[in-house]
Structures are given as structure tokens and as C-alpha cells.
Unconditional design. Structure first.
Length: 309
């Protein structure tokens, strides 16, 4: 948040803000500075701190959030060599701040989105970029009771070959998260505004049969907000792709000595090789606006060897 921006009322003064006027700080501020010349833009003298360009809080921990959810969990504890869990969450997260972690894989660096108006945080209140309305996850582990069962008989060669197998898997299904839309060109940057959002003139959501990687949402729902105005689009007006993944593992444990055993696993990620789409381009004015050009990892197979001692 830039506390040295103009107010919206001042922004409405229009082209007079860019007019050059005598600089009262000439000779006080080094000439090498952008504010050190004999003349200066009128808008600079209207700022709360006219001797400076940007004035921002360091790690300003502001913001308010509200979270409501329905959560349920079903668990089958280990019995007969099988254990299973399943969980479902239906929720909504609303906030007025824009620093989040990657919602699709729940990791990664924080992405920080500036406020459209540092003096009016009510404009920022929207469903959070970190909101994941629906999430289902399930997992299972099955110790296959073949050969001599699940227990090792170090003296039995047949048990050593046929026993100790394990089959496991995990599934995750989640709906898409809201995404921020801003203009590629911020016409109000000269006045200290960190971003400029476009105007929203229609519903940007498309039905599932209309969505594609070349047009994930209705790009015609937005028009350019002109200079000296703040666009009326909300902070997060579009929704990104859903995420789904199915991973499985087949493993075998081999006894070596009484207290030493080796474990060999074959792990298969994204079994169905279903493309998990990343977020679309949400920069209005960019040629790629509304398109998706990146996906998460395809099917990946890896082998793991571990020695326990």
C-alpha cells in the first residue's frame, strides 16, 4: 500500500495533475533525484508527502478475513491390512488483502497484489485468492496378504518373495480459486496508484462447455478503465481451473538381516495423465488475456529404494 498516492477526488482533477509547475523544493532536493528539477508535476505537490515518491509500510500486517466451512472426515483404521481416509471441505474465505500462497499445490512463494486505492480497503473485499471452495481428498494403504501374510519369516524363502507387498494411493479433487484481474497498463501510476483494474461490463464466467485454454473466461466482460478513474471490477472477478490428481504406489519390503530390511517402491504420480491447468493470464490488455499456456507435471513414474536399519 502506497500511503503517498493521491486521493480519488484529487485524481478526478484530470490532466491538470500532469502540468509542470515551479518546484518549491528546487535546491533542497538533489538535482539527480526525479523530484530535484526546477519544475515538477502538479500532482506531486498534492501528495501527503510531496518530498517523496512512494511511502509504504514495511511488512504492513493489515487486512481482515472471514472463513466459514463445513468439514467432514471418514476414517477406516487399520484392519485386515487395509486403512482408508476420506475428507471433504466446503468453504468460503473472504478477505481484503492480497497476499496468498499458490492455492493449487499449497506451496510456493507468496504473491502480493497491491490495492486499487490505498485509502479505501473496502474496494479490496472479495472472495480471497486463497479460497478453495470445495476440496475432497482420500487415501488408502493396503498391505496385501499374499504368500506368508504380512509377517516376515526370515527362514522361509517363499514368504520373503511373496510377502511384504504394499499398495497405496491418494486422490485430491478441488475447485478453482478466484483470480485477480488488473490492467496491463496502469494509467494512474503517475499519481501513486499501484494497480488499475478494468471496468466490468458483463459476467466473466463461462459454462464448462465454452471454456478452453484459449479462452478460459469471458474476456469481453471487461473494458479498459481510462486514466484518472478507478475501474469497477472487483479484486478477484474470475475463477481459475480446478485441480485433480491421482497418485499410486506399489512397494515391496525385503528382509536382509534381522534388523535390516530394504524397501523398493514404484510411485506413479498423475496416473490418468490428466493435464492440471495453471491459472489463466489475467492481465487485461495483454495479448494472452484469458488464455492458459502452462500446466502442472504430467504423469511421472519414479522408483525408490530405501534401506532400513
Amino acid at each position: 500500500m502506497n500511503m503517498n498516492q493521491l486521493t480519488v477526488d484529487q485524481l478526478a482533477m484530470g490532466a491538470t495533475l500532469t502540468q509542470q509547475v515551479p518546484n518549491p523544493f528546487y535546491g533542497e532536493i538533489p538535482v539527480s533525484s526525479s523530484l530535484g528539477g526546477p519544475t515538477i508535476a502538479r500532482q506531486q505537490l498534492l501528495r501527503p508527502f510531496p518530498r517523496f515518491t512512494t511511502v509504504a509500510f514495511y511488512r504492513n500486517n493489515v487486512g481482515h478475513s472471514t472463513y466459514h466451512s463445513f468439514q467432514t472426515r471418514l476414517e477406516r483404521r487399520f484392519a485386515g491390512g487395509l486403512t482408508m481416509t476420506a475428507a471433504y471441505t466446503f468453504s468460503k474465505l473472504i478477505d481484503d488483502a492480497g497476499a496468498v500462497f499458490d492455492a493449487a499445490i499449497l506451496t510456493g512463494p507468496a504473491a502480493v497484489f497491491q490495492a486499487a486505492d490505498s485509502f479505501n480497503r473496502r474496494l479490496e473485499k472479495d472472495e480471497s485468492t486463497g479460497s478453495i471452495p470445495q476440496v475432497f481428498s482420500g487415501s488408502y494403504v493396503w498391505e496385501i496378504p499374499v504368500g506368508g501374510g504380512r509377517r516376515w519369516d526370515l527362514k522361509g524363502w517363499q514368504n520373503a518373495i511373496a510377502g511384504g507387498w504394499q499398495f497405496a494411493g491418494m486422490i485430491r479433487l478441488q475447485s478453482g480459486s478466484p483470480l485477480a484481474v488488473t490492467q496491463a497498463t496502469n494509467f494512474n501510476a503517475f499519481a501513486g496508484f499501484g494497480i488499475q483494474r478494468p471496468n466490468r461490463v458483463a459476467d466473466p464466467e463461462l459454462s464448462s462447455d465454452q471454456r478452453s485454454t484459449s479462452r478460459w473466461f469471458n474476456t469481453a466482460a471487461f473494458t479498459q478503465a481510462p486514466q484518472f478513474t478507478i475501474g469497477n471490477a472487483s479484486r478477484n472477478p474470475v475463477v481459475g481451473p480446478a485441480y485433480r490428481a491421482l497418485d499410486v504406489m506399489l512397494g515391496k519390503t525385503f528382509p536382509i538381516k534381522e534388523q535390516v530390511r530394504a524397501e523398493l517402491r514404484a510411485e506413479l504420480f498423475n496416473v490418468t495423465n490428466t493435464p492440471s491447468l495453471m491459472a489463466p493470464n489475467t492481465s487485461f490488455g495483454n495479448a494472452a488475456f484469458g488464455t492458459i499456456t502452462r500446466v502442472y507435471d504430467p504423469r511421472v513414474l519414479e522408483f525408490v529404494l530405501k534401506v532400513h536399519f
